[in-house]
Ligand binder design. Structure first.
Ligand code: SAM
Length: 195
């Protein structure tokens, strides 16, 4: 099994620097992206989905972990320009073979995905988080992890989502005080979903 290579690490540092000058990057803080990387590594996730590619900063951190677990990532963004630039960054980092860039509305693309899905970074439209996770629920593998960013910085927009996620019998969902605040939602094995 490979370990995170120096070239990928260097390119991530460069992209982090480039994002500082982009007012619309809204990338995860480094600690949040590293947490995603850590969750993929520790769970051994193979099939990952990212909702909200942006310029690909979190994408590269997740992709670097999947390179070690032998997995792959589908990343979704409705912004064609950002999606194209993120694809370029992935190519330059040497991760393009394991990242599948999908450009379009997340709600539509999520419906078309097949399971099992082991890891999700949920970082796009905050008002659609219930819809996104509801669509993914039947496709999540046992103990799959969904990380939803911005629960501290967008607490009003995400209040309904948090209530919903924490009330589902088939999920365990809790706050993680890292970066912008993340909700860590885990699919419980053997618990039926509420219809
Ligand atoms: C916070 S940024 C993602 C940042 C990225 N995760 C990172 O850390 O580098 C959110 C992204 O979600 C995308 N987005 C917003 N609403 C969307 C939707 N309905 N469908 C798909 N993408 C959407 C935006 O274009 C934007 O690039």
């Amino acid at each position: 099994m490979a370990t995170m290579n120096a070239a990928v690490r260097q390119y991530i540092d460069l992209l982090e620097f480039l994002c500082e000058d982009l007012s619309d990057a809204h990338e995860l803080p480094r600690i949040g992206a590293q947490f995603c990387h850590a969750v993929v590594l520790s769970t051994g996730a193979k099939n990952a989905v990212e909702i909200g590619t942006g310029y690909g900063y979190s994408t590269l951190w997740i992709g670097a972990a999947l390179q070690e677990t032998g997995g792959g990532l589908i990343t979704i963004d409705c912004d064609a320009r950002k999606s194209a630039q993120a694809r370029q960054h992935a190519r330059r980092a040497g991760l393009d073979a394991i990242i599948d860039f999908r450009q379009g509305e997340a709600a539509e693309i999520l419906k078309s995905l097949e399971g099992p899905i082991d890891f999700v970074l949920n970082d796009a439209d905050k008002n659609s988080c219930i819809q996104y996770v509801e669509t993914l629920l039947p496709k999540l593998s046992d103990r799959a992890v969904v990380l939803t960013d911005n629960i501290h910085t967008h607490s009003v927009e995400l209040a309904d989502f948090l209530f919903w996620a924490r009330s589902q019998p088939s999920l365990f969902s809790t706050e993680v005080r890292v970066g912008n605040g993340m909700e860590m939602t885990i699919k419980r094995p053997g618990v039926a979903e509420t219809p």
